[in-house]
Design a protein around this ligand. Structure first.
Ligand code: 5GP
Ligand code: MG
Length: 180
């Protein structure tokens, strides 16, 4: 698995120290608000597990699952495969995401959750690839772990063909891996 990685972009230590920093900020921002922290499956799972343990104030955990209606590319044809269980009307909601790329997914998830009338809704993404944003998407993540260059990254929850999610770091795949 490690042999397929061209270079490591973010080490385990880089990721964990940034999560600790974000945790302090989120703990302060959400103190006394009992937020519902919503993870978008399944790329977020590894980040979610580490991030939630650094939010040191009471909160609830929820997950939702979205997918493309047709095909696998980020076409914007998204549907909710599995919705959250909690009633979030009047609640403070924090969305956790693995990566903010074109913006299709987060825009879709945000609009879906806004219909449920939360008291507030903010976004925390581990990675942000601003160079890939679709024209017209002006939404900004409220909390960002790292800005990354326009490269396809894997590891720490992020996959290529459902693999590499279990790498503890984030890296760039060797081009020959795609060619296989
Ligand atoms: P969007 O383009 O809608 O902002 O991002 C959609 C999804 O595409 C992300 O949640 C993530 O699952 C996937 N994605 C975007 N960029 C990358 C990347 O560099 N690597 C991997 N593994 N997935 C990505
Ligand atoms: Mg995702």
């Amino acid at each position: 698995m490690d042999n397929d990685i061209q270079n490591i972009l973010l080490t385990e230590e880089d990721i964990q120290s940034r999560i600790a920093e974000l945790g302090q900020i989120l703990t302060e921002d959400y103190a006394g608000k009992d937020p519902v922290v919503i993870g978008v499956m399944k790329g977020v799972v590894v980040f979610y597990a580490d991030m939630i343990r650094q939010i040191k104030t009471p909160c609830e955990m929820e997950f939702m699952w979205i997918s493309s209606y047709e095909g696998t590319d980020s076409t914007g044809n998204l549907i909710v495969r599995r919705d959250i269980n909690a009633d979030i009307a009047g609640r403070h909601v924090l969305i956790l995401e693995d990566i903010y790329d074109t913006g299709n997914s987060l825009t879709f998830v945000r609009n879906h959750l806004l219909q449920k009338k939360p008291a507030s809704l903010k976004i925390c993404t581990l990675l942000d690839k601003p160079s890939r944003r679709k024209p017209g998407i002006t939404l900004k993540a409220d909390y960002v772990g790292f800005e990354v260059p326009n490269e396809f990254v894997v590891g720490y929850g992020l996959d290529y063909n459902e693999h590499y999610r279990n790498l503890p770091y984030i890296g760039i795949l060797k081009p020959e891996v795609y060619a296989d």
